[in-house]
Design a protein around this ligand. Sequence first.
Ligand SMILES: [Zn+2]
Ligand SMILES: [Zn+2]
Ligand SMILES: [Zn+2]
Length: 121
Amino acid sequence: MHLNVHHKLKPEKKPMKSALCALCGKSFVSKQSLARHNNAVHRKLKPFTCTLCDKSFSWKTGLTRHADGVHKKLKLFSCTLCDKSFTWKVILTCHIENFHKKLEPSCLSDINGDSDGAGLD
Ligand SMILES: [Zn+2]
Ligand SMILES: [Zn+2]
Ligand SMILES: [Zn+2]
């Protein structure tokens, strides 16, 4: 990799779409991203397995989010209108709509099975 610094103010990394998915035609900046896309989307591989339970994920971010929310029980999303905080943004949004704005609980299906917010605090 060489960096061309002679041209004025050229952004260093211009996206060179060098890899093309043969199955869906999407283009990717690198062969690695293509391989990751192919594994996750087309081969449905889930190489990221949680060490604490048996769930596996296609993407590292999915695993991280799962571990943070389910195992570490991080609550990153705090309600600005009361003291509650929630693991998932969607639940916070849902909470605000339900509890504070008294809106139709359109998002309740998203939090079924997750007891967050029904909590003890
Ligand atoms: Zn594809
Ligand atoms: Zn897990
Ligand atoms: Zn609240």
